[in-house]
Design a protein around this ligand. Structure first.
Ligand code: OGA
Ligand code: NI
Length: 372
């Protein structure tokens, strides 16, 4: 406990960049975005499937009713099948009846809105420090030339408790800290429950799954996407796959923005009231020996509305190795990924520009370095 500071986890760092929220505050009638935020959107990017476009078939991301999985109702096996197919074919789904109370979600939402509403002066105390990913700022910025995303974020390690950066926790507004604490515990329970069901669907031994995920690492990333005067030129969050095992995304408003790449096209995920968006991260793709997919996704911005979200990342315990589940390798008779220390995997990810952080690419680098 005394050595809390030394024990905090450092997954990497990012160059410091200006606050986009402040940029919009300083110049509310801004009509052109600065050059550094203009992305080159290539051809297929403009051919995304919009759910408002009547000419396209509108695939929509599956919805899983957690109640059916946890309470062992008569619909258990069909819901488990749905979860399995969603994880194999989509890598994303929305979850309803997830057990996190509406009042906690609402309280947490309000605190986060206030948090991003703080003045720059107040936020400075909570800004990222050199060599840390935690605090307000950006991640994955590795060069001065790199295009920037139209967003601000706040990142924080939440579990296990001994890896928390206590100075940062102490500086949080007390009400936010309370709600974050409660949400962190609830969302961990939810992640462990969903991962457990995935293990069942995949045929991984229960003990193997619980050993991996019972006492995992959890971090949160709050995202703030200000309105953008030229949304067609900007990205709120560049395409990436998440490096963790399971991400649970709480969209704080009903504004569209999240898109996932499905069969080469971008599909918009329409926020459902009281639902949470769940996605498979790289670590779960690896644990599942490649059966489940960590899908590329991005966030778009729009001209009129701000958008906020909180992503909670959950993965196995730091200090352990990550690789395909042994009980699956025994069934598949092939190991599709190598085993690597978890921290090594993350450090590779964080050192890379965001859109290169796709599991195959990072793994080919790690594999190559292991082979040679
Ligand atoms: C993330 C993420 C998407 C969103 O935080 O990893 O993909 O809609 N967020 O905010
Ligand atoms: Ni993501």
């Amino acid at each position: 406990m005394e050595n809390q500071e030394e024990e905090t986890i450092n997954l990497g760092r990012s160059l410091l960049v200006p606050s986009v929220q402040q940029l919009v505050r300083d110049e509310p009638s801004i009509t052109k975005i600065p050059h550094r935020y203009v992305h080159q959107l290539d051809d297929h990017d403009s051919s995304f499937v919009s759910s408002d476009d009547p000419l396209t078939i509108n695939p929509s991301v599956p919805v899983i009713d957690l109640h059916n999985l946890i309470e062992n109702t008569s619909t258990y096996s069909s819901e488990l099948n749905k979860l399995h197919t969603a994880s194999e074919e989509w890598g994303f789904f929305q979850v309803i009846n997830h057990g996190i109370s509406e009042s906690l979600l609402e309280d947490f939402r309000r605190e986060i809105l206030d948090f991003f509403g703080l003045s720059m002066e107040e936020k400075k105390h909570l800004w990222q420090e050199e060599n840390s990913y935690e605090g307000f700022g950006q991640l994955f910025v590795v060069s001065e030339e790199q295009k920037l995303d139209w967003s601000d974020m706040f990142a924080i390690t939440t579990l296990p408790r001994h890896l928390r950066k206590s100075q940062l926790f102490q500086k949080l507004p007390p009400l936010l800290r309370d709600k974050l604490e409660a949400y962190s515990a609830e969302v961990k329970k939810l992640a462990v429950a969903i991962l457990g069901q995935m293990g069942k669907a995949l045929g991984i031994k229960t003990e193997e799954m619980s050993e991996l995920f019972e006492d995992g690492f959890q971090a949160m990333r709050m995202n703030y996407y200000p309105p953008c005067p030229q949304p067609e030129l900007a990205l709120g969050f560049s395409p990436h796959s998440d490096a963790d095992a399971l991400t649970i995304l709480y969209q704080l408003n009903q504004t569209d923005g999240l898109q996932i790449r499905k069969d080469g096209k971008w599909v918009t995920i329409k926020p459902l009231p009281n639902a949470l968006v769940v996605n498979i991260g790289d670590i779960m793709e690896i644990v599942s020996n490649g059966v489940y997919k960590s899908i590329e996704h991005r966030a778009m911005v729009n001209e009129h509305n701000e958008r906020l979200s909180v992503a909670t990342f959950y993965c196995s315990t730091m200090g352990t190795e990550v690789g395909p589940a042994q009980s699956l390798v025994a069934q598949h008779k092939v190991e599709n990924f190598r085993r690597v220390p978890l921290e090594e995997y993350f450090k590779e990810c964080f050192a890379r520009k965001l859109d290169e952080c796709i599991v195959e690419k990072v793994f080919s680098i790690i594999s190559a370095s292991l082979i040679s």
